[in-house]
Design a protein. Structure first.
Length: 147
């Protein structure tokens, strides 16, 4: 059983039975500080007591404000974040987020949902705070490891 979808018209969020939170941003969006706060508020409503993993579909996101990146790094009550994107811009946004804002939860970049979800469900209760560099995340979009 899935829980109802919540959103603002700019995103939709749902918590699934396995406590995975899925967020789908409007295609081609530029995320503002208000968008970030609205998402954080909605997550508190749909998952107030659970610090679960989050899968985010970037949907060709164009950019994010500095304040939204900071809010996502500091104010999200999640155990891990997988960001799914299909473009070089998506990858660049994720790498910037991880390198500059250093979220306190594991973070990975993937080019499809299935490996992202598998990775997330293995990061429900991480043993340590930290992050996974998008360039070494276990998804199929990761470059080959150096010898």
């Amino acid at each position: 059983m899935s829980y109802p979808r919540h959103g603002s018209g700019r995103f939709f969020a749902v918590r699934e039975d396995n406590d995975l939170i899925r967020v789908d941003w409007e295609p081609g969006i530029t995320i503002t500080d208000d968008d970030a706060q609205h998402l954080i508020d909605r997550l508190e409503e749909i998952s107030p007591l659970v610090c679960g993993p989050m899968l985010i579909n970037l949907n060709g996101m164009i950019s994010l404000s500095r304040g939204s990146l900071s809010a996502f790094a500091l104010d999200l009550n999640i155990s891990a974040m997988a960001l799914v994107g299909h473009s070089a811009v998506d990858r660049m946004l994720v790498e910037f987020f991880v390198e500059v804002h250093r979220p306190p939860y594991p973070t990975g970049y993937f080019d499809s949902e299935e490996p992202a979800e598998d990775w997330l469900l293995g990061n429900r209760h991480p043993d340590r705070k930290g992050f996974v560099e998008p360039s070494v995340s276990p998804g199929p979009s990761a470059p080959p490891e150096a010898p």
